[in-house]
Design a protein around this ligand. Structure first.
Ligand code: DAH
Length: 340
């Protein structure tokens, strides 16, 4: 056959084959049939020496052009077929299958404890206030009547930031900020994080939580403090809990006490949890020292107040029977999931 005609025929056949091709496996067969080593175009090229000399060049370049053309058309069709295949697979997705359920978190035991403490005090008429964790020495110490030579101001007991700033070592700073902004009566609780450079062990952490309390009015008395705290202890730990106050010293309250509750683990008999003495210290409290009122320019002849501060971790550990404070901060979901 005339080689030019032969090429034309091949080209026409190729077109027809492509037209009827609708899967990739068939497409690769066509590619081999036409472009493979023993494919139709190569067979023509192999025959070139047998053609008349004036035809050789013409047939050679025509066959090579067809090679490029076929290859391009095969690739284009392959792309289309792959695209179609992809949309078909997506289209066959079973929409009735259940979706992937996102894991819903649980509240952290410290959050639960803070919320419980706040709920109890809110039910007694307290408002909730917050203050900064990076605090000036004035609010963290001076205004609270903590002198420069007090051990808590030592660099071993407080994290110092640049200048006259510290990471607050207690939530008592918020008392000052609150009183500066508000005239009495003031009645608020102040939850938040506090920081101390303590070595971490089963009962110490360099960061922990406190809830501060403050009530200022013209008539409040120590017996009110006792009543409120008694109410709190029973709401928190149950009606059978006992509470006691021991004299103590805090620069910002006078008189001051430490408050213990009877050990819920052994009902006051003495066990490992309470180190054998039947009582557990849960907070510090007292009547606001007039020096604190002077710092916020309250009339000390007119107003009196009580204040208290409790450690949240301690209370959460008693409440849930947790023996190691580090569990609160490790984010182990096996621990956290238990507090749904
Ligand atoms: N700020 C004290 C502490 O961190 C706790 C405290 C004790 C707060 C007595 C008070 C208070 O408001 O009256 O150890």
């Amino acid at each position: 056959m005339d080689p030019a005609k032969l090429l034309e025929e091949i080209s026409k056949d190729f077109g027809l084959s492509l037209e009827s091709c609708n899967d990739i496996r068939r497409l690769e067969e066509i590619r081999t049939d036409y472009l493979g080593r023993k494919g139709k175009l190569n067979l023509v090229l192999k025959d070139i020496p047998s053609f008349a000399p004036e035809e050789r060049k013409e047939v050679g370049s025509r066959a090579n052009l067809l090679k490029d053309d076929f290859s391009i058309r095969l690739d284009a069709l392959k792309f289309e077929l792959e695209k179609k295949l992809k949309s078909e697979t997506t289209g066959s997705l079973d929409v009735t299958l259940p979706g992937v359920e996102p894991g819903i978190g649980t509240r952290h035991p410290l959050t639960l404890t803070i919320n419980r403490i706040c709920d109890i005090f809110v039910s007694l008429g307290f408002e909730i206030a917050e203050g900064p964790e990076i605090e000036s020495e004035f609010y963290n110490f001076e205004a609270l009547n903590i002198p420069l030579d007090h051990p808590s101001r030592d660099a071993f007991d407080t994290f110092y930031v640049k200048g006259k700033y510290v990471l607050r070592s207690h939530t008592s700073n918020v008392q000052i900020r609150l009183m500066e902004k508000n005239e009495p009566p003031v009645q608020a609780i102040m939850p938040g994080r506090v920081y101390r450079p303590d070595a971490v062990d089963a009962s110490h952490s360099f960061m922990f939580h406190q809830v501060e309390g403050l009530l200022v009015s013209e008539t409040v008395r120590f017996s009110d403090l006792k009543g409120i705290l008694m109410n709190f202890c029973k709401s928190m730990f149950g009606p059978d809990i006992k509470m006691r106050m021991r004299p103590h010293f805090f620069p910002f309250t006078e008189p001051s006490v430490e408050v213990d509750i009877s050990c819920a683990n052994c009902a006051g008999v003495g066990c490992r949890v309470c180190s054998g003495n039947g009582w557990l210290e849960i907070l510090g409290a007292g009547m606001v020292n007039p020096k604190v009122f002077e710092a916020v320019k309250y009339d000390t002849s007119k107003y009196r107040g009580f204040a208290f501060g409790m450690g949240v971790e301690r209370i959460a550990m008693l409440l849930y029977g947790i023996e190691d404070i580090r569990l609160f901060y490790e984010n182990d979901v096996r621990f956290l999931r238990q507090f749904a």
